[in-house]
Design a protein around this ligand. Structure first.
Ligand code: F0G
Length: 447
């Protein structure tokens, strides 16, 4: 599907961003020229996906669309059981309702914000075990999503087994920059999980991009197909949560994949309460059809190569302009290091969010902050959490923009970089929600 985009003037954007209280989630989409807020649900569906929409089975129970999705999930991931949900965080809500209780500890690699939100909402704790290289944007490491197995084992050793419902591995790791986890690391996590009798759950939104990086970066996988790699990856997991809005290239949808019948039965009760009956779980039949087709297209090497090369194209252009970015580039986005971009601003003035606003003003490009606003407050002390990285994420929707658009984005950000020393003040919070504040926060300029 082709959609038109909208130009604007700097004066208009100044007005609009002020009305949005310097929060880009509050902008109207027609006030954005190039929208790199997220790759979630923003992709363009293919001719085959649209044709699948036409043959969706809208039966309440036992629809053929459900069985199509079940077969695809079994074939691609090896999971016998699955539950459809309306999106990824809904899958987390259902699965965590069955598994997480107050006082639990859930180790993982830089948990995504909704994952962490669903853990903390249940008065449990997320412990980040990502390797330290991930937090230095200047170090090249092919798998910056990896877990530090030493750190992980320390957590597994420090708490009784019944306090650790599972380990969550996010593939690719969004919060550390769309960075992949190696097969060797997934295997290592599995071995530790077996040693301590703990479950492993994959947060799988960008699993296919992760498989592409294994194929192109990890010895021994260069001649394997993406699908073979995906099957091996998931052989190390007991369950998966999926936001289908990413690598299944649909606008809405999610699911939980499971190996264990007992856990499936337990989670099914929550699915029926929160999402819908177990054979549709918040999705239309036509949407389940498009999702199954999208999973197949999303695991084709040629598609993945085109997509990830476009992300790298933008990254390379930015590097040519001297803009500091997380290296290597991620699978779904280029992450700009706002601390190195705006070192003169104190962290309390939200460097990455300030950069998001500056880029919008410069060229109507909407990126998103992955920094202190997103990191939120510590649930116990209520103090601001300042993460190791302050990032501006330029997230590329799938099959939407051309490299011409990427040139425009790179030039706009280079213009901001050239005048970066004139940006001498940032933003402050005027109003915030008690949890997941970044979506609705109101900000004002520091004067
Ligand atoms: N896990 C990861 C790694 C994600 O990136 C997301 C969403 C979710 C879970 C939640 O899925 O949105 O379908 O409920 N990430 C989007 C983003 C919102 O912009 O990165 P959801």
């Amino acid at each position: 599907m082709v959609e038109s985009i909208h130009r604007s003037t700097r004066a208009q954007r100044e007005q609009w961003i002020k009305e949005a209280n310097y929060n880009v989630f509050k902008l109207r989409s027609e006030h954005v020229f190039i929208d790199l807020l997220t790759d979630s649900g923003t992709g363009a569906m293919s001719d085959r996906q649209w044709s699948e929409m036409m043959v969706g089975d809208e039966s309440y129970a036992g629809a053929s669309s459900y069985f199509k999705m079940k077969d695809t999930i079994k074939e691609l991931f090896g999971f016998e059981y699955f539950l459809p949900t309306h999106q990824g965080r809904a899958a987390e809500n259902v699965l965590f309702s069955a598994l997480v209780k107050a006082g639990d500890v859930v180790p993982g690699n830089s948990h995504f914000d909704t994952t962490k939100g669903h853990i903390e909402f249940r008065k449990a704790k997320a412990v980040d075990c990502t390797i330290k290289e991930a937090f230095n944007t200047t170090i090249f490491h092919p798998f910056k999503g990896n877990l530090d197995l030493g750190k992980l084992e320390d957590v597994l050793k420090s708490y009784p087994q019944e306090k650790i419902p599972f380990i969550v591995v996010t593939i690719t790791c969004n919060s550390s920059g769309g960075q992949p986890v190696s097969m060797e690391n997934l295997r290592g996590v599995r071995q530790l999980a077996d040693k301590y009798g703990i479950m492993v759950v994959f947060d799988s939104a960008r699993f296919a991009e992760n498989a592409y990086f294994i194929k192109t970066r990890e010895a021994g996988y260069e001649n394997k197909s993406i699908r073979e790699i995906v099957l091996e990856m998931f052989s190390y997991a007991d369950a998966m949560t999926m936001s289908s809005k990413k690598d299944a290239i649909v606008n809405m949808g999610g699911f939980i994949g499971l190996r264990d019948k007992e856990l499936f039965d337990k989670a099914a009760v929550f699915n029926i309460m929160f999402e819908g009956y177990i054979t549709y779980g918040g999705m239309s039949g036509r949407d389940m059809n498009a999702l199954s087709q999208g999973l197949r297209e999303g695991t084709e090497f040629d598609y993945l190569e085109t997509r990830i090369s476009q992300v790298a194209y933008l990254g390379t252009r930015l590097v040519e302009f001297g803009v500091p970015v997380q290296q290597p580039f991620g699978g779904h986005a280029v992450f700009v290091d706002a601390r190195r971009f705006l070192p003169q601003l104190p962290k309390e003035q939200f460097q990455a969010q300030t950069l998001v606003v500056e880029l919008y003003l410069e060229g109507g490009v909407r990126g998103v902050e992955i920094g202190a606003l997103l990191a939120d407050r510590d649930p116990e002390t209520r103090e601001n959490r300042f993460p190791a990285l302050e990032l501006l994420r330029l997230t590329i929707p799938r099959r939407v923009y051309t490299n011409n658009h990427m040139d425009y984005v790179a030039t706009a950000l280079a213009n901001v970089y050239e005048r970066s020393n004139t940006i001498t003040s940032g933003l402050k919070i005027v109003h915030e929600a008690p949890i997941m504040r970044h979506f609705t926060v109101d900000l004002a300029k520091v004067v």
